[in-house]
Design a protein around this ligand. Structure first.
Ligand code: BGC
Length: 359
């Protein structure tokens, strides 16, 4: 019922507005025939700490995607504070955004933001993280179960088909993606002759806390850890730090995600076994497309639906394909524009880049 209500409002709004999706000339999105009153999209990123991706990859990719489409936009960051996200959302709604996209900090606060937006006739989109019990019109993300499967398979490839003790450092318990990553990784690793000797979720993906948690799990396992399933590059880096202090870095494979500069450097150096590349450009463009469709009152092209188990609904989704990155294909990320060689190949990494054919 709610959904219909909001779609109705979006439909009404779209009749009052014109939006042209092909302009790329000017900042305000003027495309010649379009009026000034085009839709405006608000995006709220979650934080700057759980991953460098949000500010270093997503923000520039989103800006580029909206500029390219000629869509007025406002991108802000909640700095890890759900109350701040709520305030930003209120301000954006007050400022007249037509579509609001959020990367929730937890489903409860995300759902409340979406409910309020909806009541004001503002359509919402879940960007990257699904808001359980929420009311987003679309979910734009990668296939996060596949992300976990790639991590599990990457670790299995590094460990081989022999007995091994594994520690899992999962993402934040408030992030639905973290659940999917862990499920995907387990679906692969539980089939291998490995033993799970420690598993913990890291609150808010906090890298410092991850180091403390990993140290505890490592000590509890008597240092008998052969592999680490870390849910992203930040958590992987935390585990690598502890392994380094124990003279084990490079001997114990560690996974990651986000293809960050540090993650790729660790992969080149051999302290990290793999990372997962999720093109920010692709994700940002998918968000821009979905937002434009909503502003125009049209339906966005979806790849299927995802189940919101809490809300009991199937959310129309655009799920993109993640890519596994090992030492052999770090260059793919750079070729795709996911990182710049000049950022990755600095200092001691220059030679490693040259060896890997990256310039
Ligand atoms: C994202 C990851 C990111 C993590 C921490 C997840 O929801 O999908 O790319 O590393 O949050 O920000």
């Amino acid at each position: 019922m709610k959904r219909k209500h909001s779609l109705f409002l979006v439909g009404m709004l779209s009749t009052a507005m014109t939006l042209t999706a092909c302009g790329n000339e000017s900042e305000g999105g003027e495309t010649g025939s379009a009026s000034e009153s085009e839709g405006k999209v608000g995006v709220i990123l979650p934080d700057t700490e759980s991953s460098v991706r949000w500010e270093s990859a997503d923000r520039p990719a989103l800006e580029a995607a909206f500029d390219e489409a000629g869509v007025d936009h406002d991108i802000q960051n909640a700095e890890g504070d759900a109350e701040k996200m709520t305030q930003i959302a209120d301000t954006m709604i007050g400022d007249g955004v037509t579509v609001l996209a959020i990367v929730n900090l937890d489903s409860e606060s995300g759902a409340a933001i979406q409910e309020k937006a909806e009541s004001q006739g503002v359509a919402t989109i879940d960007y990257d993280r699904l808001t359980l019990g929420g009311s987003a019109e679309y979910y734009v993300s990668f296939d996060n179960t596949v992300v976990g499967e790639l991590q599990g398979q990457g670790l299995a490839d590094c460990l081989g088909d022999k007995e091994a003790n594994i520690v899992y450092l999962n993402g934040s318990p408030t992030d639905n993606n973290a659940t999917l990553f862990a499920e995907g990784a387990h679906s692969v690793l539980d089939e291998m002759p490995y033993e799970n000797v420690g598993e913990q979720a890291v609150p808010e993906w906090d890298n410092e806390e991850a180091a403390t948690i990993f140290q505890q799990l490592y000590t509890a396992a008597d240092g008998k850890v052969d592999g680490v399933l870390a849910a992203n590059d930040g958590l992987g880096g935390a585990a690598i730090g502890v392994l380094e202090a124990n003279g084990q870095a490079g001997k114990v494979p560690v996974t990651g995600q986000d293809a960050t500069v540090e993650g790729l450097q660790n992969v080149l150096a051999g302290t990290q076994c793999m990372t997962v590349y999720k093109s920010a450009t692709q994700e940002a463009e998918a968000l821009a497309d979905a937002a434009i469709a909503l502003v125009k009152g049209e339906e966005a092209e979806t790849t299927g639906t995802v189940e919101d188990s809490e809300g009991g609904r199937d959310v129309p989704a655009i799920l993109l394909e993640p890519q596994s990155i090992t030492k052999d294909n770090v260059g793919d990320v750079i070729e795709d524009g996911g990182q710049k060689a000049e950022d990755v190949c600095v200092d001691e990494f220059a030679d490693l880049c040259a060896d890997a054919g990256i310039s």
